[in-house]
Write a protein that binds this ligand. Structure first.
Ligand code: FEO
Ligand code: CA
Ligand code: CA
Ligand code: CA
Length: 596
């Protein structure tokens, strides 16, 4: 079209109008079909979802809660038949359990959870591996799929790499320090070049309760991560989540987890070589010489951007040869200079300050306390690093920095250019020589987010960006096979911006650079996760997380509103169904690539 030709935009669709209501909205000419909802059966024998009779047994056979990362692993190279892998980041008991929240005399009360409800929460965490197939242009779940699997916060896992077997990981239940039950708070993730599923353990602090004596050797380690925070009630039923009873259990979380999806009975592995922090995700790319590079964000205000470079090389002809690549390699943390250069500083025991004098007796200590090691190296403190996406088409790497309202004027630097950064920004990296394994490169700010019509916000969207096209709080992102950038957001609420979260298409090249267009938006109360494009670019999967959270339809399922007058029962819109997080498949009507 002419408008596109004039601006040089890579995107042709007519954008959605920003706003807020009880439904999802996609650009005209596209279908957005709900594929998998919380509670949907994943196996032929899975029980039907009944919110009034939910059980942990049922939940272990059903799609989990709060879908975040979405990945696709083709079967026989197909773009229309594969395994969908989905993280279930966390649970919202006030939205899950009927009658849990009550309002009496103007006061909101949430009842304590029963053990069965805690067990449902545990079973609703983790991830899903499920076979899906496209037939007549629509995606379907294959419940008979032999590789279908639920991974939960109770699934036996193995700990591998430098911290495996270390005393700091030993507990009453596991004298070996190598066996742990479950994975928690799996936010974004990744699929490796060899077709395994990566789950990142992010906000682990909320699951631990109890009190650790101030003089305990792990006290400073846990304080750096905010452990124990005690949001969840699991510690009341399971001693391992009580730090007074099992002080080493938190050292067994905060890792990158790798799942071999080709064997539904495989033991997922916590790969400690990639460090321990609030792991947002782990997107990867094969570097020039065959080493594999994983980009890692640590989502906390003033924390860091990392990458891991495998020691071994990817072998495209021998899957088995790649299966332990994540146990050996170098973990780096980023230091951004004011002049547009950056360096990757190695987190290697014995190098620089990472010595016994500073409490690092081995590489195990370095990875267990990755943040403290990075502090000592003088890495750059960032505005909450979320998803980081390498782009194999143009060789660049995009870093989502979601926000940091606590940054003060005297803490501003070139890579974090705004104090009280409420809307976040995006940094673009170019590794030296176009080599993703390089130890330095150049960076620049691609976009400062927020409403460009409000001068004080200081946003930097192009002037062709419409009132619908700007966004704040970039979180997850994806690059399609044409190398185009898509960004999903977390935190655009009516209070802050008068609009919901959504999926935006962002130009990165030429005159149109920093132009953004709204492609999809979520129902009230939700945030936008995923996104993920199939290899043929004909489907975009998006994950609608916590729809209705904060909606005013609190009786039975919700909680009182801070949105006023808005509520939803997305996606079923039935009185006897709660809101349900769900994965949505977006396709072009009549077929074809998305948004070309
Ligand atoms: Fe779970 Fe950093 O978002
Ligand atoms: Ca995230
Ligand atoms: Ca991503
Ligand atoms: Ca998020």
């Amino acid at each position: 079209d002419n408008a596109r030709a004039a601006s040089g935009s890579a995107f042709s669709f007519d954008e959605v109008e920003a706003g807020i209501d009880e439904k999802h909205h996609v650009a005209a000419g596209y279908d957005a079909d709900v594929l998998l909802r919380w509670g949907d059966g994943l196996f032929a024998d899975a029980p039907e979802f009944d919110p009034t009779k939910q059980s942990a047994d049922a939940q272990r056979r059903q799609f989990g809660y709060n879908n975040d990362y979405v990945g696709y692993i083709p079967i026989d190279g197909s773009a229309e038949h594969g395994l969908l892998v989905v993280n279930h980041e966390y649970t919202d008991p006030h939205l899950m359990f009927p009658g849990l929240v009550t309002l009496a005399e103007g006061k909101i009360t949430m009842a304590p959870l029963t053990k069965e409800q805690v067990d449902i929460e545990i079973a609703a965490h983790g991830g899903t591996v499920v076979e899906i197939r496209k037939a007549d242009g629509k995606w379907q779940v294959v419940k008979e799929g032999k590789l279908n699997r639920r991974i939960t916060a109770d699934t036996p896992m193995q700990i591998t790499g430098p911290a495996a077997g270390h005393d700091r990981l030993k507990t009453n239940a596991d004298a070996t320090g190598t066996k742990v039950l479950g994975t928690i708070n799996n936010c974004a993730g990744g699929v490796t070049p060899w077709g395994t599923y990566i789950m990142a353990e992010e906000n682990i602090h909320g699951y631990f309760g109890g009190e650790l004596p101030a003089d305990h050797p792990e006290a400073a380690n846990y304080e750096r991560l905010g452990i124990p925070e005690g949001t969840y009630q699991w510690a009341g039923f399971y001693d391992r989540f009580d730090v007074a009873k099992e002080p080493n259990e938190p050292n067994r979380f905060g890792w990158i987890v790798e799942v071999d999806v080709n064997d539904p009975n495989s033991t997922p592995k916590k790969r400690t070589a990639l460090g321990r922090f609030k792991h947002e995700g782990a997107e990867s790319i094969v570097a020039k010489d065959g080493q594999v590079v994983f980009y890692l964000g640590d989502d906390e205000r003033f924390d860091y951007v990392y990458k891991f470079v495998t020691a071994g090389k990817f072998n495209p002809d021998d899957r088995a040869a790649n299966m332990d690549l994540l146990d050996e390699g170098t973990l780096y943390v980023a230091k951004f200079a004011e002049d547009g250069n950056f360096e990757w500083l190695p987190l290697v025991h014995g190098q620089g300050p990472l010595t016994p004098e500073n409490g690092f007796a081995s590489q195990a200590d370095v990875v267990i306390e990755t943040r403290r090691a990075a502090d000592l190296l003088g890495a750059t403190k960032m505005d909450r690093p979320e998803d980081i996406q390498p782009n194999g088409v143009n060789g660049k790497v995009y870093v989502m920095l979601t926000n940091n309202t606590k940054r003060k004027d005297d803490q501003v630097d070139a890579a974090n250019p705004r104090a009280e950064n409420a809307f976040g920004h995006i940094i673009e990296l170019v590794e030296e020589g176009g080599d993703f394994a390089a130890t330095k490169g150049k960076w620049e700010v691609l976009l400062k987010c927020g409403d460009p019509s409000v001068a004080e916000v200081g946003a930097s969207f192009s002037t062709s960006t419409t009132a619908n096209g700007w966004f704040g709080m970039p979180d997850n992102c994806a690059v399609d096979s044409a190398g185009r950038l898509w960004i999903s957001t977390d935190g655009n609420s009516p209070k802050a911006t008068g609009r919901t979260d959504g999926l935006w298409a962002v130009d990165t090249e030429g005159e149109a650079r920093a132009t953004s267009k709204l492609f999809f938006r979520v129902p009230v109360g939700a945030e936008m996760c995923g996104p993920l494009f199939t290899p043929d670019d004909e489907t975009a999967f998006v994950a609608v997380q916590h729809p209705g959270d904060g909606g005013d339809d609190w009786e039975g399922f919700g909680r009182p509103s801070y949105y006023e007058d808005l509520s939803t029962r997305w996606p079923d819109f039935k009185d006897d169904m709660p809101v349900r997080p769900a994965v949505v498949a977006i396709t072009k009507q009549g077929g074809g690539k998305i948004a070309v």
